[in-house]
Design a protein around this ligand. Sequence first.
Ligand code: BGC
Length: 741
Amino acid sequence: MNRFKLLPLYCLIAAFSVADGQQLTVAQKVDALMKKMTLAEKIGQLNQVNGDWAATGPITTDVGDKLEQIRKGQIGSVLNITGVAHTRAFQDAAMQSRLKIPLLFGQDVIHGYSITFPIPLGEAASWDIAAIERSARIAGTEAAAGGVHWTFAPMVDIARDPRWGRVMEGAGEDPYLGSQIARARVKGFQGNGFGSLDAIMACAKHYAAYGAAIGGRDYNSVDMSLHTLWEFYLPPFKAAAEAGAATFMNSFNSLNGTPASASSYLQRDILKGKWGFKGFVVSDWNSIGEMVQQGYAKDNDQAAEFAIKAGNDMDMESRSYINNLEKLVAAGKVPVKLIGEAVRRILTKKFEMGLFDDPYRYSNADREKSVLNKPEFIAAARDMARKSIVLLKNQGQVLPLSKNLNRIALIGPLVKAKKEMKGFWSLDIGDEGKIVSLYEGMQQAAGKTQLLYAKGCDITDTSRTGFDEAFKTAMQADEVVMAMGERPDMTGEAKSRANIHLPGVQEELIQKIMATGKPVVVLLMSGRPMVFNWTADHVPAILYTWWLGNEAGNAIADVLYGNYNPSGKLPITFPRTEGQIPIYYNHYNTGRPPQNDSDVNYTSAYIDLPNSPKFAFGYGLSYTAFKYSNLKLSGKSLQSNGAIIVSFDLTNTGKYAGEEVAQLYLRQLISQPVRPVKELKDFQKIMLQPGETKTLTFTIDKEKLSFYNDQLQWGTQPGEFNLMIGSASDDIRLQDGFELL
Ligand code: BGC
């Protein structure tokens, strides 16, 4: 960009910053600018379009038209463009518009930018809030250096249905854990606040209840009680708003008959009203336009009217605003004030981001070069990846692997996979060669041990022609490590599956290899909970490794060899089979609860399947063992403004140093409406050396005891509570009770 083009901009800035020698506030700057804007220019600010930009390709002619629209002030934001060169090209066009209002560049920076971190569900399994914040911080720092102002993350949708492909993108099923993670991710992306060059705007999505799509089918409608909405689905959104998320994205689904983009209840009453949210709301991709298919609006014209009235500020890709709002105002159908309000919210963020001071401040080629792929970022990605791994089974202490083995056989379709390790919602920015496959990670770690390899089978293909070679390879080894799972594109947007079993003939291959009699470790790579009952029942050691990103192979090798002791816990319930879905730990009791899994005598049970899941929420093993003891409560009752201090001892009784996630669950026994049988209310992740004991404390206070009553008011009801402390939602080690007076 040449200096000449900047001149008028600087004049404009001068006009914004000084009046009678005083610095103007952002609000005053927005006012001053809005006075200069025509209605058409205001509507342009509400219009967001796709950049149609290919990572290595040229800007297409289609984009050429968009550049012209930008010059005319018809576009306020562009999504899906990254990189200094390309963002500069677009910003250049904005600087040729009449008012030179800078564009906002949005991008799905979901789990990493140039360096891919584990998928969000995997990170959630770490229950390590500081590490999750750091992961988002690094993604934000890299993205900001690559020209991006705004990420469409975090996704904070509660998900109780693993058929839904987008479970991979969130933090699982629990509102408490989900809220902690939502806060951490918002803080991570937004860093030290707007104005600092490594902060990007966060976007809490998809508001709301998108994760409850009926049947787990993406984009499907949602029908739920307002109580369930408030109690389970809204808390992570509220947490994101409280953490200062700059933006919210609404969702594709209709909620109880109203498309989320048209929901005044969600956007105006709750978000901007009750929660006092000051940022702006962007629609999801064409979600305004889709009101027509949904049968809510007769055309895009009416859809635009509904959306702007409902508080949807920016239109992503449906062109409903740019094509219709002016005439809707002229016809008296949309008050011009509503457009002003939406523009004000968007311009406020542009000012806060410093874009009026320098529209190119995120697009600096030197910074892009020096910030991306720093060694410390790669080290953090490895650390996050190993923290995300969940040890599901370790019978006979097959793991960790001995460093003195002669030969290890690596078998399975994902042993040598590289790009796949990034999982869905990753960007094609980093160097693919730098992604560490399992094979490469093992080569680094295996020392003198010889590695043998056989693929055995493909992921979905049903050919068994590789089985014999895999069997022979396994026979030559001392131990076998199998890398099995989904293709990364089997979970993600529009990737719902009715059958979530380990695909293809992979479980048959596992059976075949088990027949060798060798010790077998199965690694399961996937974006969702899968069903793999034979494996779970027969294979001695199983690690759930999700998609771990760039450092996958190193992280898995760290865990296999015990250089890192696994500490992950499932953030979502693993069903025995699809028929149990939706399945989640924090359900209500029935009038006929079974006493155990075989109690089907007129109880609320399946006659052909136990009620319990295969692996419960909060479950995950370690190479060491932990003992919980000495539970003490500072009192047996409290007033609603009081507190009880709970303390207990946690001892590492095994021979490895390791971390445990101690979980606190509560249950209010009698209340109106009823409360779940168990609710996570706190947790602590603690490192203990072998033989070491630490005393942990939790504080029970009003916040932990409150819930939404049937008028949807947040507060407490007196009554008795069960207090449960454990290693998983189904592995409670200490229990007591107390009363709220
Ligand atoms: C997704 C959003 C995403 C947007 C932009 C939509 O299809 O639902 O989560 O941010 O596309 O890529």
